[in-house]
Design a protein. Structure first.
Length: 254
C-alpha cells in the first residue's frame, strides 16, 4: 500500500485553508502535518519536518507563493492554488507538479494526488526551484487583471474584466456582475482591488467594487450618502459608503 503523502498547507485565507485540509483528509491518501496562514511561519515549520507536498496559495500579503518557493528547502512537491489568473493556470499546467483552481473540487483534487504520488517516485520530482524558474519565464500576464476565471462545475468560464459592471461580496462569497449575470469567484474583494486597474475600478463600499466606466449617474441618498446608478440594462444602484464618497467624486471629477 502506498504511504500517505505528508502535506503542508499555506493560504492566508483561514476558510480556504480549513476546506482544503478537510478535502485532503477525506481522501485517506494524505496526512496533513501542518498548515499556516502566515508564509513565514509555514516556511519555518517545513524546514523542521519532512514534507512530501506543499499546497501553496499564490496571492498572499507579505510573501507571495513565488517568494515562498524561492526560500523552500529541497524536497516538497509544490501544488499551486489560484483563484482567477488564467495565464498562471496555463503556466502551472505546463511546468509545475500541478495547480488547483479555487474553489477546489474533490474530483480535481483526486487527479492532483495521482500526479503527486507518481512524481514522488521520480528521481528529481521535488526540484521546485527549476519549476518556478520555468513558470516565471512563461508568465507574461500584465500587472493588472484583464480576465477572470469563474468555475461552474467542471467548466471554467473566462470573463473579460471590461465587461464587469461591478463586484459584490455577499454571504461570504464574491461575485462579478456582467450583463446582469453574477459569476462566482474565489478570494476576497480586497484581493481583487489589489489586482484590478485602479484607474478603472474603485471600492465604493466594503461590499462593492465598481467599474467607473459603467457609472451613469450619481445622486444624493438618505442621510447625506451617495448612490451610483450604473449604465447596465437593470440600471443597478449601489450605495457609496460615506468614507469613500470623496474618493469617488475626485475620480469622477465632481
Amino acid at each position: 500500500m502506498t504511504a500517505p503523502l505528508r502535506a503542508y498547507l499555506i493560504d492566508d485565507e483561514p476558510l480556504a485553508l480549513r476546506r482544503l485540509a478537510r478535502l485532503l483528509e477525506a481522501t485517506g491518501r494524505v496526512e496533513v502535518i501542518g498548515r499556516a496562514t502566515d508564509p513565514v511561519i509555514g516556511l519555518a515549520e517545513i524546514e523542521a519536518r519532512p514534507v512530501d507536498a506543499l499546497f501553496l496559495d499564490i496571492q498572499m500579503p507579505g510573501l507571495t507563493g513565488f517568494d515562498v518557493v524561492a526560500r523552500l528547502p529541497p524536497g516538497p512537491l509544490v501544488v499551486f492554488t489560484t483563484a482567477y489568473d488564467q495565464h498562471a493556470v496555463q503556466a502551472f499546467e505546463a511546468n509545475a507538479a500541478d495547480y488547483l483552481l479555487k474553489p477546489i473540487e474533490q474530483r480535481r483534487l483526486d487527479r492532483t494526488l495521482d500526479r503527486l504520488h507518481a512524481r514522488r517516485a521520480e528521481p528529481h520530482g521535488g526540484d521546485v526551484r527549476a519549476v518556478v524558474d520555468a513558470v516565471l519565464r512563461s508568465l507574461k500576464a500584465p500587472a493588472n487583471l484583464d480576465r477572470l476565471a469563474s468555475r461552474i462545475g467542471e467548466r471554467i468560464h473566462l470573463l473579460d474584466v471590461a465587461d464587469v459592471t461591478h463586484f459584490v461580496a455577499r454571504d461570504r462569497a464574491v461575485y462579478a456582475v456582467a450583463a446582469g449575470t453574477e459569476h462566482l469567484l474565489d478570494g476576497t474583494l480586497a484581493e481583487l482591488e489589489r489586482r484590478l486597474d485602479p484607474g478603472r475600478f474603485l471600492r465604493i463600499h466594503r461590499a462593492a467594487l465598481v467599474n467607473l466606466a459603467w457609472i451613469g449617474d450619481v445622486h444624493a441618498h438618505f442621510g447625506g450618502r451617495l448612490l451610483v446608478r450604473l449604465k447596465d440594462t437593470s440600471r443597478t444602484e449601489l450605495e457609496v459608503a460615506r468614507d469613500r464618497a470623496r474618493a469617488l467624486k475626485e475620480r469622477l471629477g465632481l
